[in-house]
Design a protein around this ligand. Structure first.
Ligand SMILES: Cc1cc2nc3c(=O)[nH]c(=O)nc-3n(C[C@H](O)[C@H](O)[C@H](O)COP(=O)(O)O)c2cc1C
Ligand code: SF4
Ligand code: SF4
Length: 434
C-alpha cells in the first residue's frame, strides 16, 4: 500500500491533508475531532494580538450552488479568531502534546511592527507547535486595519515581516499568500527574499456572491447592508492551481516548498496540487461542507490511485506536472485535432450542434440524409473542444490528433514541433530570420 506520509519543512504528518486556518481549526474540540477522523495536520485559526476581534452577529457566509444544490463557491465575512489568545495557546499546546504525530502550524496576524511579531512568536513557540503561517491574505475586515491582504499586496512588507519572523523564531515560517494581486510571483519572491521557508496559497478571493433583489443589498446581509468577503471552495481551484504553477516554475522561486490551498474536495484535486509541486495540501470549504470524515475518502482515493500507478510515496509524483506547464508561445502549432462523436453514446440532444453552429465553426451536422444525426465535418472543425465541454454525456465526444493533410486547410500537417516564436506570421520571428 502506498505510503502517504510527508515531511514538509522537516514537519512530519501521516498524510498530506492538512486543515487550513479557518473555523474547523478554531478550537481544541474541533481539532481533536479532525485528528480522530484522520487529518494529517492543521493550521490553527489565525491568532491576533490584544483584545479578541469582534465578528458580526448576523450571517457571515454566502454560497453559490449548482443546479443540484451542490456547493460550488463559498464566501465569508468572518475575521480571525475571536477567542482569547491565552485560551488558544493553552489548547494548541494540549492538542500537540496529545497528537505528536500530527502537524500543528499556527496562523498569525498582528500589526506590521517588529515588536508585535516578536512577542507573538515567543508565546507560540512555547506551545510546542511545529511552525507558523503568516496570514497575509484575509481580504476583508483585517485588511482595512493594515493587516492581512494589505500586507500581502506589498512585496516589500512581506519580505520585511518574513525576515523579522525568521530572526525572532526558530520555527519554520510559511507565508500564506493572497490571490488578490495581479502577479503572484512578486509576493512569492518577496517571501523567499525575506527568508521564509515556504509559501501557502491561496487565501480567499475578494468577492460579492450575490445581490438580494428584494433588499437590493449584497449577501450575506447584515441589517440591510453587505460588504465584500473572501471567496473559496471548488470554484477557486483553477485560479489557485495557476498561481501554484506560476511559483513552481518561476526561476526565482523554483523548488521553494509550497502548501497548496483552494477548492480541494477530492483526492484527485489534492493529487493535482501535488503534481504541481505542493508538499502538502490544505482544505477548508470541503470540511465545512461535508464534515471531517471526508478526509477518509481523500486518503483511500489517493492511496488507491498511487497503488494503481505504482507510486510508492508522494515524492514519486510530486512536481511531475511542472515541466509541462509552459507559456502559450511554446505550444506546438503543428498539433492538429478533430472532434470525434461516438454515435453509440450520443443521445441526440443537439447541444454540440447548436454551440458549434452559433458560436464556433459550423462543424457539426444536425441532419444527415434527412435524419437527425450529429456528425463532425472535418473540413470545418478547428478542434476547439467547445462541443466536448458542453456535451452532457461523458466521453461521447473526444478529440483526436490527426496526421497527413488537414481537411480544413488542405495543407499537409508538419510532423515536427513548431511554435509561435518560429511562425512566419510572427513579426519577431521574421525580424530574427533577417
Ligand atoms: C469561514 C472562513 C474563515 C477563514 N478564516 C481564515 C483565517 O482565519 N486565516 C486564514 O489564513 N485563512 C482563513 N480562511 C481561508 C482558508 O484558510 C483557505 O485559504 C480558503 O478558504 C481556500 O481554501 P478552500 O477552498 O479549501 O476553502 C477562511 C476561510 C473561510 C471559509
Ligand atoms: S471542436 Fe469546435 S469546431 Fe470542432 S466540432 Fe467541436 S465545437 Fe465545432
Ligand atoms: S452534445 Fe453529445 S449527446 Fe448531444 S448531440 Fe452532441 S454528441 Fe450527442
Amino acid at each position: 500500500m502506498a505510503d502517504l506520509s510527508t515531511r514538509f519543512l522537516g514537519i512530519s504528518s501521516p498524510n498530506p491533508f492538512w486543515l487550513a486556518s479557518a473555523p474547523p481549526t478554531d478550537k481544541e474540540y474541533n481539532v481533536q475531532r479532525a485528528f480522530e477522523a484522520g487529518w494529517g495536520g492543521v493550521v490553527w485559526k489565525t491568532l491576533g494580538e490584544g483584545d479578541p476581534v469582534v465578528n458580526v452577529n448576523g450571517p457571515r457566509y454566502g454560497a453559490i450552488h449548482g443546479p443540484d444544490r451542490r456547493l460550488l463557491g463559498f464566501n465569508n465575512i468572518e475575521l480571525i479568531t475571536d477567542r482569547a489568545l491565552d485560551l488558544n495557546l493553552e489548547e494548541i499546546a494540549r492538542v500537540k502534546r496529545n497528537w505528536p504525530d500530527r502537524a500543528m502550524i499556527v496562523s498569525l496576524m498582528v500589526p506590521c511592527e517588529e515588536k508585535s511579531w516578536q512577542q507573538i512568536l515567543a508565546v507560540v513557540e512555547e506551545t510546542g507547535a511545529d511552525g507558523v503561517e503568516l496570514n497575509f491574505g484575509c481580504p476583508h475586515g483585517m485588511s482595512e486595519r493594515g493587516m492581512g491582504s494589505a500586507v500581502g499586496q506589498v512585496p516589500e512588507y512581506i519580505e520585511m515581516v518574513a525576515r523579522w519572523c525568521k530572526e525572532h523564531s526558530r520555527l519554520p515560517v510559511i507565508v500564506k499568500l493572497t490571490p488578490n494581486i495581479t502577479d503572484i510571483r512578486y509576493p512569492a519572491r518577496a517571501a523567499r527574499a525575506g527568508g521564509a521557508d515556504a509559501v501557502s496559497l491561496i487565501n480567499t478571493i475578494s468577492s460579492i456572491v450575490s445581490i438580494d433583489l428584494d433588499n437590493f443589498a449584497p449577501t450575506p446581509t447584515i441589517d440591510g447592508k453587505g460588504s465584500h468577503g473572501g471567496y473559496c471552495g471548488p470554484a477557486v481551484k483553477p485560479i489557485a492551481l495557476n498561481m501554484v504553477a506560476e511559483i513552481a516554475r518561476d526561476v526565482a522561486t523554483r523548488g521553494m516548498p509550497i502548501s497548496g490551498i483552494g477548492g480541494i474536495t477530492t483526492w484527485r484535486d489534492a493529487a493535482e496540487y501535488i503534481a504541481l509541486g505542493c508538499g502538502t495540501v490544505q482544505v477548508c470549504t470541503a470540511a465545512m461542507t461535508y464534515g471531517f470524515k471526508i478526509v477518509q475518502e481523500m486518503i483511500s482515493g489517493l492511496s488507491d490511485w498511487m497503488d494503481e500507478k505504482g507510486y510508492a510515496t508522494i515524492e514519486d509524483f510530486r512536481g511531475r506536472a511542472v515541466p509541462n506547464v509552459t507559456d502559450w508561445q511554446y505550444l506546438n502549432l503543428n498539433y492538429v485535432t478533430k472532434a470525434r462523436i461516438d454515435q453509440d453514446k450520443c443521445i441526440s440532444c443537439g447541444r454540440c450542434h447548436i454551440v458549434c453552429e452559433d458560436t464556433s465553426h459550423q462543424a457539426i451536422t444536425s441532419r444527415v440524409d434527412g435524419i437527425r444525426r450529429f456528425e463532425v465535418i472535418d473540413a470545418e472543425c478547428v478542434g476547439c473542444n467547445l462541443c466536448v465541454s458542453v456535451c452532457p454525456v461523458e466521453d461521447c465526444i473526444t478529440m483526436e490528433a490527426i496526421a497527413g493533410i488537414d481537411p480544413r486547410t488542405g495543407k499537409p500537417i508538419e510532423p515536427a514541433y513548431a511554435n509561435w516564436t518560429m511562425h512566419p506570421n510572427n513579426p519577431m520571428a521574421k525580424l530574427a530570420a533577417e
